[in-house]
Design a binder for this molecule. Structure first.
Ligand SMILES: C[S@@+](CC[C@H](N)C(=O)[O-])C[C@H]1O[C@@H](n2cnc3c(N)ncnc32)[C@H](O)[C@@H]1O
Length: 236
């Protein structure tokens, strides 16, 4: 991993892992479920497609993709936080997806796969934790087959006046208190709004994807701009 990366991120996710799903659903008012469904739909997977889900956390993206996908689709989920993966495993078993979802510990900067293996690569709520976004996007592009699709789902800050004000009050003041109360982790839910604030505006991130070698890059703000779904393709 590059030295510019934040050393505390893995430890932080390991520590909040037991409360992660509950807080995701609660703090987003279950919008996170809808956002992951939109990501899965946008992949347009054909039967038998192979998907790499980076920063898979507790497995929600992989499970969402499988629920919506054509027959024979398989998802490989990787994450560098062992406790997040530990929680993903029983969810995959309960979802009867053990034969279609494979989980592995790996850093986004050191993916243990041959280049050009995947029909789609996804990362949801993970890339804002990565400082060197262009390098990691290039690695994701290398993992794709020509014509393969990249989907990045990320939180963002709404741009409009009153909504922006309400959202920032909730996100910067109330959310850290709720997060600390339920998870017992004081730093993680202060870091969350700070990391979202640092995420580039959508047009800028789309330009980064282009610079990393993706074409047909487009993006779709969701829930009044609280989340943004970016799609790009590896040139054929
Ligand atoms: C906010 S969670 C998102 C989890 C999941 N994608 C979801 O939709 O709920 C961010 C995840 O990114 C992982 N992560 C952050 N940086 C990473 C990196 N460089 N390599 C692998 N995983 C990383 C963390 O361990 C954490 O599980």
């Amino acid at each position: 991993m590059k030295s510019s990366e934040l050393p505390f991120v893995r430890d932080m996710f390991d520590r909040i892992a037991p409360h992660y799903d509950f807080l995701n659903r609660t703090l987003s008012l279950r919008r996170d479920v809808f956002w992951r469904r939109a990501l899965a739909e946008a992949l347009n997977l054909l039967p038998g497609a192979m998907v790499l889900d980076v920063a898979c956390g507790t497995g929600d993206v992989a499970l969402t993709i499988l629920r919506q996908a054509a027959p024979g689709v398989r998802v490989v989920g990787v994450d560098f936080a062992p406790q997040m993966l530990r929680l993903a495993k029983p969810k995959v078993r309960t979802g009867r997806a053990d034969h279609s979802i494979f989980l592995a510990a790996a850093d986004a900067f050191a993916l243990p796969f041959e280049p050009g293996r995947f029909d789609a690569v996804t990362i949801a709520f993970g890339i804002r934790n990565i400082q060197d976004k262009i390098s990691v996007l290039k690695r994701f592009r290398d993992q794709l087959k020509p014509g393969g699709r990249m989907a990045v789902l990320e939180l963002a800050t709404p741009e409009q006046g009153a909504l922006r004000w309400i959202y920032l009050h909730y996100f910067n003041r109330l959310l850290p208190l709720l997060g600390r109360f339920f998870s017992g982790h004081s730093f993680a839910y202060t870091y969350l709004p700070a990391s979202v604030a640092q995420f580039p505006p959508a047009a800028e991130f789309a330009a980064l994807m282009q610079a990393a070698g993706f074409e047909k890059v487009r993006y779709r703000p969701m829930t009044m701009g609280i989340a943004v779904l970016f799609i790009g393709e590896k040139p054929r």
